[in-house]
Design a protein around this ligand. Structure first.
Ligand code: DGL
Length: 271
């Protein structure tokens, strides 16, 4: 595969656009093909089999497009089938997982109190249990499924602050946030709520996502295999969605622009 080939990036819907914005910021000469599966979102309340079936269909589509790598910009899809995709496709597959390791490392050895917000399916899968097992003996970790946040993004209600704040309070009011060190945004849709979450949280509480780490991991893999496109020609971002309506494509563009240029927090995350 030549370095001029595109990179395929996908999510259950629109959340992966936050990752795409970050990748474009770091790798501005790469052509990116984004696929959002909004017609089948959310994945986080589906069975693993149903999610895996969709991911293979999307992966096959990317192979037909001649991609040189794929990014699963979805914690849920990664937890269900990253290994199956790595066996099925002869290109690097970069997955995402809740950035719990980064959250726990922040304390320089001191035990951390961390809320991991993710989809119900991510939190149920073995992959996340294994991640928890690495940190739960030394840190206090609270898992919080937040499926309605995905619905808010997909239904175009991100700017309905009353609805967003009420939903955030419903999920977070059960915690004494003053005693927490961080919240892990373990679903790519949740990154779009960063500003609203910050407003209801104490200033010292860190909001951590895996977008920056994923972009850097992709760059390193491409550099190691000599497939980085750095010819100075601006990369193009093509957006496709299983909901092909003009409204969906316009909304996707809007979300991509709103994410672009935003600081992608540093992350030790590597998968
Ligand atoms: N954006 C996805 C994730 O990172 C999943 C959202 C969903 O479809 O439930 O987990």
């Amino acid at each position: 595969m030549g370095s001029g080939a595109p990179i395929g990036i996908f999510d259950s819907g629109l959340g992966g656009l936050s990752v795409t914005a970050c990748i474009h910021d770091l790798l501005p000469f790469e052509d990116l093909h984004y696929f959002g599966d909004s017609a089948n979102a959310p994945y986080g309340t589906k069975s693993p089999e149903a999610v895996a079936q969709r991911c293979m269909a999307i992966g096959d589509r990317f192979m037909d497009q001649g991609v040189k790598a794929m990014v699963i910009a979805c914690n849920t899809a990664t937890s269900v089938c990253v290994e199956e995709m790595r066996q099925r496709y002869p290109v690097p597959i970069i997955g995402m997982e809740p950035a719990l390791k980064l959250a726990c490392q922040r304390g320089d050895g001191r035990p951390q109190r961390v809320i991991v917000a993710a989809t119900p399916l991510t939190l149920k899968e073995d992959r996340f249990s294994r991640l928890m097992d690495r940190f739960k003996a030394t840190h206090a970790i609270f898992t919080q499924p937040c499926p309605d946040l995905v619905r808010i993004v997909e239904s175009g209600h991100l700017d309905d602050h009353d609805l967003v704040d009420a939903t955030l309070h419903r999920y977070l009011d059960r915690y004494d946030l003053d005693t927490m060190d961080s919240i892990v945004l373990g679903c790519t849709h949740f990154v779009f709520f960063r500003g609203r979450i910050a407003k209801i949280c104490p200033p010292g509480l860190a909001l951590i996502d895996g977008n920056g780490g994923t972009a850097r991991h992709l760059r390193n893999l491409l550099a190691e295999s000599g497939q980085l496109k750095d010819d100075g020609a601006p990369g193009r971002i093509l957006i496709a969605n299983s909901d092909p309506s003009a409204r969906m494509l316009e909304y996707s563009r809007h979300l991509l622009e709103s994410g672009r240029g935003r600081a992608c927090p540093s992350s030790a995350h590597k998968l």
